[in-house]
Write a protein that binds this ligand. Structure first.
Ligand code: 5GP
Ligand code: MN
Length: 341
């Protein structure tokens, strides 16, 4: 069983079950990953079965390797449909906020959500939530938000409404957020949930293939380039560092999600405790941090790069140039020499 740190959804569930045709928005963080999309699509498909008017709005687009997911064609992307998203959000009775805990994580759409009269529900597994919500289904002791959505549907008494499509979505979210069931957040509850999802029709083996074995030749070549030419080891700090310039992103035609997973390669090296990927995106410099053991990536990201996340996996950003960001990183890492040894 998952122990919730905060769960005040009893009255919410009564309201969801006591009416039909409520206007509901489900949203998730910008550049959604497998868990963000898996949990959101699953909740979207579930709430539609309760005969509500449900819209899934993502702040931005998401990786191509998630486009096969059930419900993908119904997703409305805020970046491409601002006016429509504003209208729908203003009309909403409820907004479910999944896999994030601060409106900053949904970019400009955060202003629209923040000013909406709708009641907001946070379902999330990240630490240190900020308070923009009316209802909360929250603990950081869950592998993924998808695992929490399974718990939420169970709490609603509706596991019978978990269709094979919903099972596919939840399986995808749990699989991607646990690194295929290997990260620390993976519990016996995670495995029991996965077993139940397979019983409900999740196509487990196919999903691994659809998510992980749909590389393009160019992307695979870029991985070779990154590992051969771009991997730097900061030996004094047991840290692996890769940065990618805009020219390199253009050379390999990098799209949303194409750099997903790169940061993990550094961590596969014996003795490496911290791996960092720095990418020069159009609007800002985006950073990914991964650690083995006790080094708190989330605190590091929060204290130096306006970010956050989990202890062993976090992200951040910088408004400085790529060069200045790398210099700043190599300076602040010096403060952690003891922790990284
Ligand atoms: P990734 O490196 O894959 O983008 O993100 C790793 C983890 O850190 C995810 O759980 C993600 O939600 C979180 N994360 C990534 N970027 C940010 C950020 O800018 N701010 C915060 N608070 N969390 C982030
Ligand atoms: Mn997640």
């Amino acid at each position: 069983m998952i122990q919730f740190i905060q769960d005040n959804t009893d009255t919410l569930i009564t309201k969801l079950h006591g009416a039909e045709s409520l206007n509901i928005v489900v949203t998730t963080h910008h550049k959604p990953d497998g868990d963000a999309m898996g949990s959101s699509l699953a909740l979207f498909l579930y709430l539609k079965q309760l005969n509500h008017n449900v819209t899934l709005i993502t702040p931005t687009d998401y990786p191509r390797f998630l486009h096969w997911m059930p419900g993908h064609n119904d997703v409305v992307v805020f970046d491409f449909n601002e006016k429509k998203c504003k209208t729908i959000t203003e009309k909403a009775d409820y907004i479910f906020c999944l896999d994030f805990n601060d409106l900053k994580r949904i970019n400009e759409y955060g202003l629209v959500v923040g000013s909406s009269k709708a009641e907001k529900i946070m379902i999330d597994h990240h630490r240190e939530p900020s308070s923009f919500d009316n209802y909360r289904f929250w603990t950081y002791e869950a592998s993924s938000t998808s695992e929490l959505i399974y718990e939420f549907i169970k709490k609603c008494g509706h596991t019978d409404k978990i269709t094979a499509e919903i099972a596919d979505c939840l399986y995808t979210g749990i699989m991607t957020d646990t690194g295929s069931f290997r990260y620390r957040g993976t519990s016996s509850n995670t495995h029991r949930t996965i077993a139940e999802l397979i019983d409900k029709g999740a196509r487990n083996s196919l999903i691994h293939e659809l998510v992980y074995d749909t590389n393009t030749v160019l992307r695979l070549k870029m991985m070779g380039f990154v590992l051969y030419e771009k991997l730097e080891i900061l030996e004094a700090y047991n840290t692996a560092l890769v940065y990618l310039t805009r020219e390199e992103l253009a050379r390999f035609d990098i799209k949303t999600g194409d750099t997903e997973g790169f940061v993990n390669y550094g961590l596969s090296l014996e003795g490496i405790k911290l791996s960092v990927l720095i990418v020069d995106r159009t609007k800002l410099v985006k950073m990914s941090f991964r650690s083995k053991g006790e080094f708190p990536c989330n605190e590091f990201a929060r204290d130096h790069f306006e970010g956050g996340g989990h202890k062993n996996a976090a992200g951040g950003q910088s408004n400085d140039s790529l060069e200045a960001t790398i210099v700043r990183f190599t300076e602040v890492i010096k403060l952690y020499k003891d922790q990284l040894q």
